[in-house]
Ligand binder design. Structure first.
Ligand SMILES: [Zn+2]
Length: 46
């Protein structure tokens, strides 16, 4: 799964997961997760 914040390829087992509009997203670190949680609409292109 791709970390939408920094573009890194991350494993879903890292534990840094967020949910947005019913979809799960994985992040390489708590920092990326926080950024996503703050403004998910900026990273999710639909
Ligand atoms: Zn990241």
């Amino acid at each position: 799964m791709k970390d939408l914040v920094c573009g890194m390829e991350v494993n879903e087992d890292t534990g840094h997961m967020s949910k947005y509009k019913g979809k799960k997203y994985a992040f390489c670190s708590p920092v990326c997760k926080k950024r996503f949680d703050r403004e998910p609409e900026k990273y999710v292109k639909e």
